[in-house]
Design a protein around this ligand. Structure first.
Ligand code: FAD
Length: 454
């Protein structure tokens, strides 16, 4: 196991760290003791290069790593493998938008450290409101190609809840900025819910929530750059606009982590193994074609590298074949379309699928059939919860099946309306908190951890 962090992080609860309701200790734990207990060799290091054919000196596939462990800091080493699972997640690409992120002019909740800074900035803003200074609060995504709109949506309503609980809601203008074509798109092209026999679009459902909580929305926006106190953005109609702010949390766009790949002779084969976005090519159909011709069958099933049968890429690390939301560009040619989300539940299912394929190959031989789990045949749940405690929280909970619409199986909406629904209420908040407790338990590999599903 190779990872640059000494601690594991339950990322969804970073949202609660970002409003001061949890600490970094609540959402992280040290990895070394867990791996020691499970007999897994742990390298606290960053993988930098893949050598799937080995090299002149090393006759086996290997990965080059650079240690982040203080005891071996910056030492470079190689680790050989029979099978490799690339689950490196996203590179938080703040650099794509000048002025974006904690090194620029906005805060983030992507890591526990970022979330602590966000909570401090929010506390400052609340203190100013208490002194009678009106505050402009902006939450959203910081680039036209961002994904993870669900997390930005969840943070918006957590911030709104905190301000309300602090008794200063009337002193704040809260605005959500997004690259979605309309509210409720969430990077999955929106959903059609059934509730008590009635059909509702996720657009209507989400807009009602925004209206009820008096949160303004700027949709179809690509954030171009951020100067202190001012967000500059372009919209699909080509207009260039400014949004002043006192507090802004904008998520960065994601790209693949900077892994390189080399053949046995040492030639760079990165472009054969990864797309230009840095995500790994797997068993998907990457043929460029018009939106109307995209199909559920384009999506990968085994997550096996398109080039090497003993490498898998799961979660955010695999390259999706195309967007799920309809791609759109502004009249200036700027792409303003959410990238497909690869959220926690599908990421976990993909990881388990790749692991079981490897188990099969070890036990039954290298030609045994790969296990399959397509996002076009997989459901996902998203619980955007705000507030804390057993009585005061509330949540907007959504489930969809499948994540990638399949118009052959579900001609009307691409999804099963029976299994796609949204609910708002306290129960969803309890579920979110329960997930926090259960997934930390599972990640710590405590007794019967494997009974907790993805
Ligand atoms: C604020 C926030 C809230 C979210 N809330 C939800 C939610 O409520 N529900 C939900 O389903 N999803 C949520 N998500 C999305 C969810 O976190 C991701 O879908 C999930 O973490 C993806 O898993 P992954 O394994 O692909 O990547 P990650 O969880 O990011 O894991 C990647 C790991 O690889 C390591 N790594 C990176 N580079 C290298 C390298 N070169 N070598 C070795 N290791 C490397 C990283 O340090 C990290 O430990 C949220 C995301 C954010 C940012």
């Amino acid at each position: 196991m190779v990872t640059p962090n000494s601690k594991w992080n339950w990322i969804p609860s970073n949202i609660w760290v970002g409003v001061g309701k949890m600490t970094t200790e609540d959402v992280t734990f040290p990895l070394a003791p867990i791996y020691k207990r499970k007999g897994i060799t742990f390298h606290q290091a960053l993988a930098t290069e893949l050598h799937p054919e080995g090299s002149a000196e090393i006759d086996q596939p290997f990965v080059t790593v650079r240690y982040t462990d203080p005891a071996r800091l910056d030492q470079v080493d190689t680790i050989t493998y029979d099978y490799l699972i690339n689950a490196t997640g996203p590179k938080l690409n703040f650099a794509a938008t000048p002025g974006l992120g904690p090194d620029g002019n906005t805060v983030s909740v992507c890591t526990p450290g970022h979330a602590v800074q966000a909570a401090a900035a929010l506390t400052d803003a609340i203190a100013k409101m208490r002194q009678g200074q009106r505050q402009r609060i902006v939450v959203g995504v910081g680039h036209g190609t961002c994904t993870c709109e669900g997390a930005a949506f969840e943070y918006t309503f957590n911030v709104e809840h905190e301000i309300r609980m602090a008794g200063v809601r009337d002193m704040a203008d809260v605005t959500y900025v997004t690259n979605e074509y309309e509210l409720g798109d969430f990077g999955v092209g929106g959903m059609v819910f059934t509730q008590n026999g009635f059909e509702t679009t996720s657009k209507l459902w989400t807009e009602s929530l925004f209206r009820e909580r008096d949160v303004k929305a700027v949709v179809q926006a690509h954030v171009e750059r951020i100067e202190p106190g001012v967000i500059h953005y372009e919209q699909l109609d080509g207009s260039k606009n400014e949004l002043p702010f006192d507090f802004a949390m904008l998520l960065p766009p994601f790209r693949g982590v900077d892994l390189k790949a080399f053949d046995r002779a040492g030639e760079d084969i990165t472009s054969e193994v990864f797309l230009a976005s840095g995500f790994m090519k797997v068993d998907a159909n990457y043929t460029a074609k018009p939106y109307g011709e995209w199909s559920a069958a384009d999506w990968p099933r085994t997550y096996e590298s398109s080039r090497f049968a003993n490498i898998f890429a799961v979660g955010i690390a695999f390259a999706p074949p195309h967007q799920i939301s309809q791609p759109r560009s502004s009249t200036n040619g700027t792409v303003i379309t959410p990238s497909p989300p690869r959220t926690g539940m599908p990421s976990g299912v993909m990881g388990k699928t790749a692991a079981l394929t490897i188990v099969d190959r070890i036990t039954n031989g290298p030609t045994s059939r790969s296990r399959e789990a397509s996002m076009a045949d997989m459901g996902a749940a998203c619980v955007a919860s705000s507030g804390m405690g057993l009585r005061r929280g509330t949540a907007a909970s959504m489930t969809m099946y499948p994540v990638v619409p399949d118009y052959e199986r579900f001609p009307a909406t691409g999804r099963s309306t029976k299994d796609t629904f949204g609910e708002i209420g306290l129960a969803g908040h309890w579920i979110k908190y329960m997930l926090h407790v259960l997934f930390l338990y599972k990640a710590k590999a405590r007794p019967f951890w494997y009974m907790i599903p993805e």
